[in-house]
Design a protein around this ligand. Structure first.
Ligand code: SF4
Length: 64
């Protein structure tokens, strides 16, 4: 599963890192950074929680 982010709309709330710290972090500008853009099935639950809790819809799953 591939993860995508849009740093243009990210507002640095950090919810993504809170729910899925293995996948998301925030940089010195408080904008989301992916630790990996591909995730294992085991991380999908945490990533889905992060997506649901991102107030800006700045992260999503890309399904091909
Ligand atoms: S929760 Fe959304 S807006 Fe907040 S840092 Fe993460 S991606 Fe950015």
């Amino acid at each position: 599963v591939k993860i995508a982010t849009n740093r243009e709309v990210c507002r640095g709330h950090g919810q993504c890192e809170l729910f899925a710290p293995g996948v998301f972090t925030v940089d010195d500008d408080a904008l989301v950074v992916l630790r990996a853009d591909e995730i294992d099935a085991a991380d999908e639950g945490a990533v889905n929680e992060a997506i649901l809790h991102c107030p800006e819809s700045a992260i999503w799953v890309e399904r091909s």
